[in-house]
Design a protein. Structure first.
Length: 579
């Protein structure tokens, strides 16, 4: 999973270098496989301002520009037809590597240097969108917003000054598949406090429950389904900050509504889906199993045939999504969408895994539901998304979450013995230290009669940590947060080794003597066929269940095996055999 450092800093204070942070995460079993410095490809590119533009004395299609790059004014020869005074432009300085050569058939990068162009000195390059690798537009230079700061790094303006960690998340750590999840771990490592974003939501007086309804017919596979209704949504391109975050972690921006659902998924780790409210028959949501052979067209525009075990999201008359896997083409958010119904649900991991596999669809949502999402965060996630859509799209958010949760999933409790923890880890931790270590991961200590009288502790495990079930799981968490490097390695046993006995010395010397004279040591199969075993000795032992006729009896002599080795070597062209 790609984790943006800039994004991560919103949730926890980080006072170590990216390299140090990567090492610390790796040491707590969140392996950082790569660190990408996104701004590296725009090294020596800055924001400039065109001060003057004059005709080139020796070329009709070229102009000579005076460009302020913050530290100095450079003379740059430019061939773009749209260059003009007072423009804010991207400038490549001498030594910069231009990502895309639009004059090269393969678009290979090239390095800038100070040159003479038709007899006029040029000390840099004003770049196009294509040359910067940001798109296909190569008809003129890229003109930046007037608010861009002259002399500032271009990567900063483009929002590509981020540092991104590629983190390998093991299947049991569903809680770490988000920026908040990683921030929680970072907080535990750096003694920092997790800062969840504040939700600023302004609801109208209209009740959402008067405009939509939710029915769960299969509560086993859908224990919880939450919905919100938003009216007067203006679907458009997302603001730059949102697109920058998504692009940094490898997600393609679509539109502001879809981008918000993806943003919240990557932020908190809980999948969401947005339906075009006006396409929902009866403005209702029905969670049911598919009929055998039922057809469904997904957002990838492919038709699929469903099995009866497939959990579906439907409206009053048709299917509109494969639960937890992918939405349907018939209710997708488009530029003409005005009203939206947001989905935030919890689905059975086994059901989603089975459906995703047989349909051949893997999505960011299915990956998280398969590993186990947090059933008790659906309302927070949907409120977070609604507040962002309201902020970005100017939506009217109807009052209340339509929340169907028949049987609440409670946090489990797990006991932990401090003595047992110390025995396994080789530490000498007390109850207070163990408690404080686990509290960093949001495990809640509970008071019990046993914990008051003995060294046993009792913890309530939050529902986002489905991997913590037994005492040994908590002991592992103690070790992770305490630090494997801080656990002393003691030699608990001492061994003494005597020299080899005389017989072994003789065998070794004899073996070396034969090898030195061209002999090869042979390893012979301990099994023979019946006929060969009988030739060696009539008192052979027959195998009751031989795997083949050639291995039907235990060997009674090495001679037959050695002769077989000789025959095999001669057959393959060996002229001399010594065994």
């Amino acid at each position: 999973m790609r984790i943006s450092l800039k994004w991560l800093r919103q949730y926890v204070d980080i006072n170590v270098t990216p390299e140090d942070l990567a090492h610390r995460l790796t040491m707590v079993e969140l392996e950082v496989e790569d660190i990408e410095y996104m701004g590296a490809k725009y090294d020596k590119f800055v924001v400039g301002k065109v001060l003057e533009v004059s005709k080139h004395p020796n070329a009709n299609k070229l102009t000579v520009c005076k460009v302020d790059v913050g530290t100095e004014v450079l003379q740059i020869v430019c061939g773009a037809p749209n260059v003009a005074p007072n423009q804010i432009v991207p400038v490549g300085l001498s030594g910069a590597v231009v990502p895309h050569n639009q004059n090269d058939p393969e678009g290979k990068p090239f390095t800038l240097s100070n040159v003479k162009l038709r007899g006029v000195d040029s000390y840099g390059m004003i770049c196009s969108v294509s040359e910067l690798g940001l798109g296909d537009d190569k008809d003129g230079i890229m003109v930046l917003e007037s608010s861009a700061k002259v002399g500032s790094p271009l990567a900063e303006y483009l929002g590509q000054d981020d540092i991104v960690f590629e983190v390998g998340i093991t299947p049991n750590r569903a809680d770490a598949l988000s920026h908040v999840g990683i921030a929680r771990e970072v907080g535990a490592l750096l003694d920092g406090k997790l800062k969840l974003p504040e939700i600023k939501l302004h609801e109208s007086k209209e009740l959402a429950s008067n405009h939509a309804s939710i029915l769960i017919e299969d509560a086993e596979n859908c224990p919880r389904y939450s919905g919100r209704v938003l009216f007067n949504v203006k679907v458009a391109e997302s603001p730059k900050w949102l697109q920058d975050f998504l692009i940094a972690v490898g997600v393609r921006p679509v539109n502001n509504v879809v981008d918000v659902t993806n943003y919240v998924l990557l932020e908190i780790g809980h999948p969401l889906h947005a339906f075009d409210y006006d396409t929902l028959t009866g403005h209702k949501i029905v969670v049911r199993r598919a009929s055998e052979g039922e057809k469904f067209i997904a957002l990838d525009h492919k038709e699929r045939t469903l099995k009866s075990e497939t959990l579906m999201i439907c409206d009053g008359e048709k299917n509109i999504a494969v639960a937890g896997v992918m939405g349907g083409e018939n209710t997708e958010i488009t530029s003409s969408t005005v009203n939206v119904l947001l989905e935030s649900a919890y689905f059975n991991p086994t059901s989603i895994r089975r459906t995703s596999k047989y349909l051949g669809i893997t999505s960011d949502a299915s990956q998280r539901f398969e590993r186990g999402a947090n059933p008790n965060i659906t309302d927070w996630a949907i409120d977070r998304a609604a507040s962002l859509i309201q902020e970005i799209c100017g939506a009217k958010v109807l009052s209340g979450v339509i929340d169907v949760y028949p049987q609440k999933i409670e946090p489990r409790t797990v006991p932990l013995r401090v003595n047992r923890t110390n025995q396994i880890l080789g530490t000498d931790l007390n109850k207070t230290t163990v408690t404080n270590l686990l509290k960093k991961l949001e495990l809640k200590p509970l008071v019990s009669k046993a914990s008051q009288k003995t060294d046993e502790l009792l913890f309530e495990v939050p529902t986002f940590r489905i991997d913590l079930e037994r005492e040994v799981d908590l002991i592992e968490e103690v070790a992770r947060v305490f630090g494997y490097d801080n656990i002393q390695t003691d030699v608990t046993s001492q061994f003494s080794f005597s020299s080899d006995p005389p017989k072994r010395d003789f065998e070794t010397e004899l073996r070396e003597w034969f090898v030195g004279r061209g002999f090869n040591e042979a390893v012979i199969n301990s099994m023979n066929d019946i006929e060969t075993a009988h030739l060696s000795s009539p008192d052979y032992v027959e195998v009751a269940n031989p795997i083949s006729k050639d291995m039907a009896a235990l060997r009674t002599s090495l001679l037959t095996g050695l002769l077989n080795c000789v025959r095999s070597n001669l057959f393959h062209g060996t002229k001399t055999v010594r065994l």
